[in-house]
Ligand binder design. Structure first.
Ligand code: PGA
Length: 244
């Protein structure tokens, strides 16, 4: 199974800084994982051309093809600009932009049909966690996308478990809690896709920092990380990559 460490720059980093940060990330060598950057789309083409050691991707993707869809950017367009993955269903998209499981499924299918690797985000809010409903929610979020999904290889898709309450807060679940959810998702993927499911990479996301990365990466069921805040500085991002 391929391991991944993916930077999610979100709506941050101005043009000049993006060039420098991408260049610094391009110089980080790792034999243990693939490194990806989900940069703002506007920089994609230039950054992808200049930094061949890093995979570039987008933070959201249109489920529609090319056509009269003002503001949307399709799978083919981002691929032509150098992207080879797309984050799909990040909690900020679910919450702020009302993306639901059905739309997220369409987006994942559009990616797979166009050979763009989706990084599917799932995760519970604090109230769901406090009510101990996080596993049933994982069941619903994973099933709605993976049931009957056509996959050719386990490397076609990556899952990221991101508890919403851990994103940007500095709080992380205990390692036991992370392990519980990762193994639960892994078993569910195996049930839904008996041949491939077990080998689909499941990343952890939510306040991954240089000081907690190594413990998180040692946790069973964890195959890398989706990193927000700590990916905005080359120094902290490289320390996280070194920890895997
Ligand atoms: P964070 O963000 O690392 O800043 O918590 C993670 C994410 O939103 O993917």
């Amino acid at each position: 199974m391929k391991k991944w460490i993916i930077a999610n720059w979100k709506c941050n980093v101005e043009a000049n800084e993006a060039k420098q940060l991408a260049k610094a990330c391009n110089n980080i060598k790792s034999d243990n994982c693939e490194v990806g950057i989900a940069a703002p789309n506007i920089y994609l083409s230039e950054l992808a051309k200049e930094n061949a050691n890093v995979h570039f991707g987008v933070q959201t993707i249109s489920h529609l093809g090319e056509g009269a869809f003002t503001g949307e950017v399709s799978v083919d367009l981002v691929k032509s600009a150098g992207a080879n993955f797309a984050i799909v269903g990040h909690s900020e998209r679910r919450e702020i932009f009302n993306e639901n499981d059905e739309l997220i499924r369409h987006k994942v299918e559009a990616c797979l049909n166009g050979n763009l690797m989706p990084v599917l985000c799932v995760g519970e809010s604090l109230s769901v966690r406090e009510n101990k409903q996080h596993l049933p929610l994982m069941y619903a979020q994973i099933r709605s996308v993976f049931e009957g999904l056509k996959l050719n290889s386990a490397n076609d898709i990556v899952v990221a478990y991101e508890p919403v309450w851990a994103i940007g807060t500095g709080k992380i679940p205990t390692l036991q809690e992370i392990e519980e959810v990762h193994l639960y998702i892994q078993n569910l993927l195996e049930e839904l896709h008996p041949n491939l499911g077990k080998n689909i990479a499941i990343l952890y996301g939510g306040s991954v920092k240089p000081n907690n990365a190594s413990d998180i990466f040692k946790t069973r069921g964890v195959s890398g990380a989706l990193v927000g805040g700590a990916s905005l500085k080359a120094d902290s991002f490289s320390k996280i990559i070194a920890a895997i």
